[in-house]
Design a binder for this molecule. Structure first.
Ligand SMILES: [Zn+2]
Length: 157
């Protein structure tokens, strides 16, 4: 069990106690009611991919604004907190949040890396590992039907 909710931006974790939605922005506050560092996240067209995993209780956003790419993970310490956060974020985002499995963050980072190379990906829902394609080179789980590995680019037969 986690000791707190966490906002993780590009692998830098910070605790937060409250998330508030203002229009199309999510603001994250610490215990003292102050916004955490970089704790204002736009939920607009700058969000390239929105991913979630109910089992881990997290939502991960890959953002791409003016060429600056970030991987933002919001991790809740309770299922209730996750569900409330999911409802608020999906409403503000007004788009589908792709269901992923536990490897979500590696997947998100792979998406951000491809974006940096100018490659745009189609993000699909991944729920069941049995339906995923395992990369013969690096072992990364890719969405079923993938022709190339999202992680290493190897061909998947
Ligand atoms: Zn691979």
């Amino acid at each position: 069990m986690l000791d707190s909710n966490y906002l993780i931006i590009n692998r830098n974790p910070q605790k937060f106690s409250k998330m508030k939605i203002a229009g199309r922005t999510a603001v994250f506050f610490d215990e003292g009611g102050k916004p955490v560092n970089y704790g204002v996240i736009a939920l607009d067209d700058s969000v390239y991919a929105a991913l979630c995993c109910e089992e881990v209780c997290n939502i991960t956003l890959v953002t791409n604004k003016s060429g600056i790419r970030n991987v933002v993970t919001i991790l809740w310490d309770t299922t209730e907190g996750y569900q409330e956060g999911y409802d608020q974020i999906s409403k503000a985002l007004n788009r589908h949040i792709s269901v992923q499995n536990k490897k979500l963050n590696r997947y998100a980072e792979a998406i951000a890396e491809k974006l940096a190379l100018g490659i745009r990906l189609r993000v699909t829902d991944v729920v069941d590992e049995a339906e995923m394609a395992i990369c013969p080179e690096c072992g990364m789980l890719n969405p079923a039907g993938s022709k190339y590995c999202l992680d290493c680019g190897a061909e998947i037969s």
